[in-house]
Write a protein that binds this ligand. Structure first.
Ligand SMILES: [Zn+2]
Length: 96
């Protein structure tokens, strides 16, 4: 029983990931910080989540696509935007 308590409160544990990701609005974030200040179990659990995130971020760096691929993706994105804009300016110029 006491062991589960040390790993953080279940009701807060599910929210840890959102907090670490910065998805909380300020009101919930400060509520959560207040709880962390009084609950060593949740602090420990949050540190675990933070370490997990750090490891995942390092993996992402390894898998970053090469510069050429990045340029291709960017130019495709610009092309898509132009395609989307086209009907708008055609209409604005009175073209059908
Ligand atoms: Zn707690």
């Amino acid at each position: 029983m006491s062991e589960a308590r040390l790993k953080g409160c279940p009701e807060w544990r599910v929210m840890l990931h959102g907090f670490v990701d910065g998805e909380f609005d300020p009101a919930h974030a400060s509520q959560f910080k207040d709880h962390l200040a009084t609950c060593p179990g949740c602090r420990t659990a949050m540190e675990e989540v933070r370490v997990e995130r750090t490891v995942m971020n390092q993996d992402n760096v390894k898998w970053r696509p090469p510069q050429v691929l990045r340029a291709q993706v960017l130019s495709m994105h610009v092309f898509e935007q132009r395609q989307q804009q086209k009907p708008g300016w055609r209409r604005a110029l009175g073209l059908k």
